[in-house]
Ligand binder design. Structure first.
Ligand code: HEM
Length: 417
């Protein structure tokens, strides 16, 4: 009997109810690191492990075209985004994002973001308390706009940051969060499409070689420029995920509260420890649950078959908590990254494979660079943590500490950073 005709019950609803735990729970019940199920009305095969990563990122096996459901496109990624392309169309569009891997570019964004953070700390110290998640998203939104050459009035930064967060927060739900996400995307696509039009008409000047300049001048595989809407979608694919580093900043504050012994090495500027800490935050805390693509042909993995058109799912959260890779996966232990080199396809909070060749996130260097810089600043900042609900619910996707991490009595450290 082939997989299409087996009576598998669709598991989309249990998935939505169980969130991050759903796939790891199914994996625990299965014989190996593979689960056969049914999702979104299709047969689905879920995999994990470095070898599975290489299988998943082989374009002969899995493609992305039509793999991403409409509710996710209309909130998180945008219609026609680089995430949805395969083959030559993907390679040419991806070239637009490869400059993000350049260490000098990353340093430029870190500089803008830390400057925005330092400005914000002055304002926080005048307030009784602040919600770190909200404040960090505004800091990151300011920093990424300045760095990308996208104009943004300081007075609009909070509202734009809320839209960036809404797009990520509402992609995996139905109801009010989802509607907020759709409205946020529509608003921000409109703002940026207008900007692209103004740059192209000469009314606004994009700084040479800025992200804005490159998106406006980009030529796709067909030789033509991106239309205004597609250009806005790809600008958002830089701004939105940079603002989303706020999730990791909130998790960093949570980790420093739970395990305060990590504060001193960060505050002292121990660079090896800081890198290890940033990787452990990305590994340990739940953010991306899994990734999906469609089987490009009839496939088999570890003896399980999936027909062409079936869903292939990479268990990101499960792999980042796989005891066979991480030993004591539910311990927050940055030292693990100092004890042995970690292979490219082991740690996959932002996807696997080679970002130049496949769909792996081109913003990983940015995420790590910005997170390191803000983790050091947070460790040096003086504040108190009032009574609050810091629970991180695993059945909410994406999740975060419930309170957003409330900080009180914030004071700039003695050396000013
Ligand atoms: C793709 C996670 C930050 C830009 C991805 C993917 C994941 C991811 C899981 C999909 C990989 C795949 O489909 O195989 C994250 C997380 C971030 C983050 C957790 C931290 C907040 C960033 C940043 C940027 C960025 C800072 C840019 C400045 C992109 C783009 C893609 C992508 C353009 C599409 C790549 C492609 O389809 O080829 N990211 N990302 N991300 N990310 Fe990130």
């Amino acid at each position: 009997m082939d997989v299409l005709s087996r009576p598998l019950i669709d598991r989309t609803l249990p998935l939505l109810a169980e969130g991050y735990a759903w796939l790891p729970n199914r994996m625990r019940d299965s014989a190996g690191p593979v689960v056969r199920t049914r999702l979104l009305g299709r047969p689905a095969l879920a995999l994990r492990g470095p070898e599975a990563v290489r299988f998943f990122y082989d374009e002969q096996n899995v493609h992305r075209h039509r793999a991403i459901p409409e509710p996710v496109l209309s909130t998180l990624f945008g219609h026609g985004a680089v995430h949805t392309l395969d083959g030559a169309a993907h390679r040419v569009r991806k070239a637009l994002f490869l400059p993000l891997l350049d260490p000098d570019r990353i340093a430029g964004l870190v500089e803008q973001t830390t400057a925005a953070w330092d400005d914000a700390v002055t304002a926080w110290s005048r307030r009784g308390s602040v919600v770190l998640f909200d404040e960090a998203s505004t800091v990151l939104t300011r920093g990424v706009h300045r760095w990308a050459g996208i104009p943004l009035d300081d007075s609009d930064a909070g509202a734009v940051a809320r839209d960036m967060i809404a797009m990520v927060d509402g992609f995996a739900t139905a109801g009010p969060r989802h509607l907020r996400a759709r409205r946020a995307r529509a608003r921000q696509e409109e703002r940026l499409a207008r900007l692209v039009r103004d740059v192209r008409s000469g009314e606004v000047t994009a700084p040479a070689d800025s992200v804005l300049d490159q998106v406006c001048r980009h030529r796709d595989a067909d030789g033509g420029p991106l239309d205004e809407k597609a250009a806005a979608v790809e600008l958002l694919n830089v701004v939105r995920p940079t603002a989303a580093v706020a999730w990791f900043v909130a998790f960093t504050a949570h980790a420093l509260h739970r395990w305060p012994e990590h504060r001193a090495p960060l505050a002292d500027g121990d660079t090896a420890f800081t890198a290890a800490f940033a990787h452990e935050v990305r590994r340990f805390y739940p953010f991306v649950p899994f990734l999906g693509g469609l089987a490009a042909r009839d496939l088999s993995w570890r003896g399980e078959w999936i027909p062409a058109g079936g869903l292939v799912v990479l268990d990101v959260y499960g792999q980042n908590h796989d005891a066979s890779l991480w030993g004591d996966p539910y311990a927050f232990r940055p030292q693990r990254f100092l004890e042995r080199p970690v292979e490219r396809d082991e740690l996959i909070p932002q996807g696997g494979g080679d970002p130049r060749a496949g769909h792996r996130c081109p913003g990983e260097g940015i995420t790590v660079g910005v997170l390191e810089a803000l983790a050091v600043r947070l460790a040096r900042l003086e504040y108190t943590v009032p009574e609050q609900n810091l629970t991180i619910a695993l059945n909410r996707v994406p999740t975060r500490p419930h309170s957003g991490v409330l900080l009180a009595d914030v004071r700039r450290p003695a050396d000013g950073t």
